[in-house]
Design a protein. Sequence first.
Length: 367
Amino acid sequence: MHLLTLPPSPSLATSIRATAQVFEDPKSQALLAHVQQVAPSEASVLIIGETGTGKELVARHVHNLSGRRSGPFVAVNCGAFSESLVEAELFGHEKGAFTGALAAKAGWFEEANGGTLFLDEIGDLPMPIQVKLLRVLQEREVVRLGSRKSIPINVRVLAATNVQLEKAINAGNFREDLYYRLNVVSLHLHPLRERPGDILPLARHFIAEYSRRLGYQEISLSTEAQRKLAGYGWPGNIRELENVIHHTLLICRGEQIQAGDLHLSNLRIERPEEPGRVADETADILLQRAFQKLFEEQSGALHEKVEDALLRAAYRFCHHNQVHTANLLGLSRNVTRAQLIRIGELVVNKRRPAQTVQGNRVINLSI
């Protein structure tokens, strides 16, 4: 089993990061093969995946497989800093650059010199910082806050996001030129529900890890417990699985974990435990079924019907907010507005012409 783990850290106890990653499922094996192909290059990499899917673990693996493995690996959460401090954190600052800057300090780019800088949650960066980040990536040098002197850097940047940056670009929250600079290579991490072959290997890893920490003897999973784990949707991905196993071992007193020992979130609907069902159906599968039924029951002008129905459903889902609808569909606001008018969901109030009175006559004025 190919297993990746994070270095031990006290902060991991309260982190939402995944602390382990396996590549047993076919989708994960394909990802691993892709990583092994692109890691030796110097190309920037954009890692895309939900929270808790193991983006930092994959970034560390890219670093370890590259020629920079002997250099530092620096991981930075872009959403962890206030907007006023993020520039100083990334690019450094000189003494007196701002209130509280009692001494000069190197930024994370300088700290990662000769190695790899991992920028997690890149979509959280404020727009002014995105402009400066783009310049750093282009010029390969940083200028500390409060300084005019440029400092050369030799850093490979890996970025990660749990949001669709294309939507952020359409909404005006992310620069398109920065997106293309970062997205030379993209790695898509599937959520745990879409790679069921990884669930039980991960569960067994966490059982072994927490049993060791708690001083327990070897503990196994019953067949029913395995079915319950494999049939759950895991909205919190790997980190949720780890928390479930940790809690289970704290309350389990036997040498085998039973299905009743596993306390899964009751806010999520579990699938029935049917033989062969190992994960929730994906949106793609449900969409394919809906299309199949549509093809069987209707004919003619299907493209227009589907497009109009999608637009109406999105508009209502967004509580008749044009901007949110445009962002959801990945369209511009002007295109969305025109389409809503076309299908009758949005009524345009035509302004009455301006008028003036001259004597007993009312005269329309052109605007």
